[in-house]
Unconditional design. Structure first.
Length: 184
């Protein structure tokens, strides 16, 4: 019991919460060795890993910005090409419309010219037929007049020159009395 009392007597003088001086010194030495090893080996590796990671992140952000800028440039180029294509399509439509109107006007002109030609040919043909009918009627009328004159006179009028002169005189008198011209 003596040993226990001795320990208790010494403990009474010293605070149990405060460690001995040799424990503090050896703990400080261990802490300094561990701190030095941590500072010398662990912190540089940790810094290196963090720097690499931040470089990768920054590089990824730069790549993303570059890709976004390229995408934006491509989009603006596409929009410009689309606008040009729309303008070209509008120009082509307008040219086609103009050409269509020109073709239509040309076809109308050609159709009008053809119609005028057909009408003129019809008039010419009608005039020729009229002249032919007038000539036929004159000859028939002349022959009928000669026949009637022979019947009335009772003699034959066989001289062709006299016949033609008589017919012409009769027709001239007939035209003068009725107002119908031969040239119509």
């Amino acid at each position: 019991m003596n040993g226990i009392n001795l320990l208790a007597a010494e403990g009474a003088e010293q605070n149990p919460l405060v460690p001995e001086m040799y424990d503090i010194v050896w703990s400080a030495v261990c802490l300094l060795v561990i701190g030095f090893a941590f500072y010398k080996y662990v912190i540089p590796r940790l810094t290196k890993v963090l720097d690499e990671r931040s470089e990768k992140i920054e590089g990824g952000l730069k790549k993303a910005e570059v890709a976004q800028a390229e995408a934006q440039a491509t989009l603006s180029q596409y929009q410009e090409q689309l606008a040009e294509a729309r303008l070209e399509a509008a120009r082509i439509r307008e040219e086609a419309r103009t050409q269509g109107q020109q073709i239509l006007a040309q076809l109308r002109t050609e159709a009008q010219a053809e119609a005028d030609r057909i009408v003129a040919a019809g008039h010419t043909q009608l005039e020729a037929q009229r002249q032919q009918i007038v000539t036929e009627l004159r000859s028939e009328l002349g022959a009928t007049a000669v026949d009637l004159a022979e019947k009335i006179i009772g003699q034959s009028v066989s001289d062709q020159a006299k016949q033609a002169a008589s017919i012409d005189q009769f027709l001239a008198e007939l035209d003068a009395s009725s107002g119908i011209g031969v040239g119509r």
